[in-house]
Design a protein around this ligand. Structure first.
Ligand code: MN
Length: 251
């Protein structure tokens, strides 16, 4: 666009604004300005799973505003981006997500990077929302036994998990992986990568991207990591553990 045509556009827009604003009370009556646009509506095979608890349910550990932006904007964007890719690659919408992520090299180079980031983000966040909730209790039963056996007990596990999450330079995740035998391990990944990309399964994980905590914790990632344990829904983690051993755990 030339500078002349741009100036014409600006002038035209200003003219419209002036005429619309002719009554002096128009600003008081005007509809509230819409919020900054969220990601484009997700139309396609990929859907944003709704939170199963209120956005403020994890306060004071994770504030409602962070949850809203994180779920409604960030995760929604990954979903929208995947639906966009699926328009020209419809096979993506028909395959199990874990199969796509576990075989990224099978994808055409033109979409590999986009799928890695956005489908990885979709899988990671879907897991993340599902293993959190208010009044999440404590680990029990087989999960607790595995934590004791493989991770040195709950206290050591939480200390090591937080340390690993703290060491992850820049954006990424700290996970607990689970084998079909039920063996647990702490692993980190950068960006939106997932152990699923290495054929593994994720029991649980915490998001250490700044968008997960910055409004409330700023640079204090260790404080966020420590507080996050108050949001873990251990009943859900137990369900995932049982599914892993049954071979039915997906993302
Ligand atoms: Mn995130």
């Amino acid at each position: 666009m030339t500078s002349i045509s741009r100036r014409h556009l600006v002038t035209a827009a200003a003219g419209v604004a002036v005429s619309a604003a002719a009554p002096r009370f128009v600003f008081a009556q005007a509809a509230p300005a819409p919020a900054a646009p969220a990601a484009a509506p997700a139309t396609g095979p990929f859907t944003l799973p709704p939170l199963t608890y209120a956005a403020n349910a994890l306060e004071p550990h994770i504030d409602a505003k962070t949850m809203e932006i994180h779920h409604d904007r960030h995760h929604a964007a990954y979903v929208a981006n995947m639906n966009n890719v699926a328009k020209t690659n419809p096979q993506l919408g028909t395959m199990p997500i874990e199969n796509i992520l576990g075989n990224l090299n099978a994808l055409d180079d033109s979409i590999k990077f986009t799928v890695r980031n956005n489908l990885g983000g979709h899988a990671n966040h879907t897991m993340f929302w599902s293993i959190m909730g208010p009044n999440g209790g404590k680990p029990e039963g087989e999960v607790l036994a595995a934590i004791d056996k493989d991770l040195g007990g709950l206290e050591k596990f939480q200390t090591d998990f937080n340390a690993a999450g703290g060491r992850q330079f820049g954006s990424g995740w700290v996970f607990v992986t689970v084998t079909k035998d039920g063996k647990l391990a702490i692993e980190t990944r950068p960006n939106q990568d997932s152990p699923i990309m290495d054929g593994k399964r994720v029991l649980m994980g915490n998001d250490v991207w700044e968008h997960a905590y910055y409004l409330n914790y700023q640079n204090r990632r260790p404080d966020y990591l420590k507080a996050w344990w108050n949001t873990v829904n251990w009943a859900k983690v137990s369900e995932r553990y049982a599914a892993a051993k049954a071979g039915t755990l997906t993302i």
